[in-house]
Design a protein around this ligand. Structure first.
Ligand SMILES: [Zn+2]
Length: 330
């Protein structure tokens, strides 16, 4: 497979551009550039673009929240340690010769046809990861094995597969749009109670924001994402967990009930109905009324090793404001 890919790359037209120095690129431009690269990898390798996109964005997301990984400087997000790129026994940690890297079993290959396998080149980076996948196969089962062999973490594998599913479904990379969990026109109140000792439904301390509203007020997904969890928990009552494209897990608790169609594994969009406000929790399934009705909304971030909660309050404020601006433009 490796040799085959090298041959294919030699046949590729060379229109290499490095985007590393282009800092002024807008989000929209970077989505276009990324998609171009993913599609190029797909044409050469038969690996669906959304698999490459999912790995690339997974790594971009963890790099944005990890201090032990360098920040991205190109348009790709995947990071290879020099030792992985050049090969463990390679004496030259800056090796860019495709043949000697191959000899030392490094992962780096020349993806843009310039004769070098550069750890700083976007095409080289993506084709190198693609080449790792090709050692296993391009269908979902083999892709999964390739991910497991590379990351050795179940959660990472499942998060990347979810991302691939989202990209495939929507056919685009920009899935960042958000909305407030409750539609406009309903009464609700919430305050910044992050970390407060008194509160309902957090996993440990009060991890989230309580949005008080009447029974039955619709609760909607704030993001694009996939339903990872739906069910009862003693503290959270009826609750739903949705993971978005940036490894953020959105947690909705104390629901009165779920939207009829809602299933684990389902793809949702900002505004998809997931249930309604209630006061369930603090007892066996079905217990309710131990506190005033409200939505407990939590946000958790996975960084490739662990998941922690962060304060959703500023985000809720921002989404509420954006919803108001959008409504006023209509
Ligand atoms: Zn709460």
């Amino acid at each position: 497979m490796r040799i085959l890919l090298c041959l294919l790359l030699l046949l590729m037209p060379i229109h290499h551009k490095s985007f590393a120095s282009n800092k002024a690129m807008t989000d929209e431009e970077s989505y276009i550039k990324r998609m171009e690269l993913y599609k190029r990898v797909e044409v050469v390798t038969n690996i669906p673009w959304y698999y490459i996109a999912a790995v690339d964005h997974y790594e971009r997301s963890i790099r944005s929240v990890r201090n032990d990984l360098p920040k991205t400087n190109g348009i790709t997000g995947i990071y290879f340690k020099p030792v992985v790129w050049t090969g463990y026994l390679n004496p030259d940690r800056n090796d860019t010769h495709p043949l000697s890297i191959q000899l030392f079993n490094g992962i780096g290959i020349d993806g843009n046809g310039d004769g070098k396998a550069s750890i700083y080149d976007d095409a080289d980076i993506l084709f190198s990861f693609a080449n790792h996948i090709l050692n296993y196969g391009v269908d979902e089962d083999h892709f999964k094995i390739a991910l497991w062999e590379y990351y050795k973490r179940d959660k990472t594998v499942s998060i990347i597969l979810e991302k691939a599913k989202l990209y495939k479904h929507f056919g685009r990379l920009d899935l960042n749009h958000k909305t407030f969990p409750m539609p406009r026109g309903y009464n609700f109140t919430y305050h910044n109670t992050w970390g407060a000792a008194r509160g309902w439904g957090g996993r440990r301390i009060h991890e989230g924001t309580d949005i008080f509203a009447g029974y039955g007020v619709p609760v909607r997904s704030t993001s694009y994402g996939i339903v990872e969890m739906k069910g009862w928990n003693r503290f959270g009552g009826w609750r739903v967990g949705i993971r978005d494209i940036n490894n953020t897990y959105h947690y909705y608790a104390h629901l009165n009930g779920f939207s009829k169609k809602l299933k684990v594994g389902q793809i949702v969009e900002p505004g998809t109905l997931i249930g309604s406000v209630g006061s369930t929790g603090y007892g066996p399934p079905g217990t309710s009324g131990k506190f005033p009705p409200h939505l407990h909304y939590g946000m958790y971030k996975d960084n490739g090793r662990t998941e922690w909660s962060f304060d959703p309050y500023p985000y809720l404020k921002q989404w509420e404001r954006l919803d108001r601006i959008r409504a006023s433009k209509k």
